[in-house]
Design a protein around this ligand. Sequence first.
Ligand SMILES: [Zn+2]
Ligand SMILES: [Zn+2]
Length: 365
Amino acid sequence: MKFSVLPFKCPSCGSYMVSQIGSYHLVCNSCKSTKPIDAQVYVRAKEPVNESIEPNGIVKTVDCPGCGADIELKEFELSKNCPYCDNPLVTNPVNPKPPYSILPFAIDKEKARKIFKSWLGSLWFAPDSLKKLLDFEHKFQPVYAPYFSFDAKSYTAYSGQRGDAYYVEVERTVYVDGREQVVRELERRINWTYVSGDTKRDFYDILVDADSKLPEVVKGIRNYDLNRLMLFNPSFLSGFVSREYDKQMQSCYNEAKEYMGSVIYSDVLYSIGGDEQRVESINTSYSNERYEATMLPVWLSSFEYKGKQYDIAINGVTGEIAGERPYSYVKIIIAVLIVLAILSGIAYYLDITDGSASSYLKVGF
Ligand SMILES: [Zn+2]
Ligand SMILES: [Zn+2]
């Protein structure tokens, strides 16, 4: 389907303008003149979860304003740059619920590079060839990713058993140097009592990534401060890759509920109290379930190493990094051998100085 792109033409020289990280301005690619983005603080307003929101995948064809080429945006692609002339191609959202808000990038390329380098430097046991590959060739891409944020109040009724530990003195027969001896020692026992009760918890801003193409590692960088959200304005997307949500809102809410359920479970254990707990039944009802669609900034990178794909993600505001990495088994084996050599050296030393200590250390070797 034919779509038009939003204009980001520089008023001074006619080249294109892209959103500048950290400034809420568009900056010209050619003459570097700037223009403020109409950035308004977003007033939080969530909608009830009770409706079903289906993503609406459409292949869009656009004319590049830079070079005139016909460019295709795949299903759910919202913006990207022209592959021929790099001109930003930003379209309007087509999903039934467009994003209400956006959290602009605060981590620019230089900061992202530093964060990545210090993460790379901390990679013990990474193969040397990998470090070279990432250091010189690998590039990160800044992406605005679609998320749903959920609120809910929960009420949980539970039943179970509370275990309180107590100690009793017992007699035990042991053999010392072949002779039988009776010793007294304390034995831990549990007194179980049936309990039931209820617990309440309110959840705010439980974030679920809503793009099935995002790598799993993004779940490791979810600490976004949503109080800094801006009203959605497509100008922020100029020069960035972005996608609309392709996951159903309801299925994302189920993911949020799984997380809430795990928090509620620990609440129940705490509420049962005692030293040990047995949970027999948990019944949770949710109310005031609300959602909003938003876009959050992520630096993404993925690389292939020996036929396997590894992903890295950096939170575009906090700089939190999460990634997968290969290990060098040769390095690990060498390190283990060195540790074993040191330990056997200590054991040998203790053997000639103190026989009792060496028999302890030799256990397991
Ligand atoms: Zn210009
Ligand atoms: Zn072009």
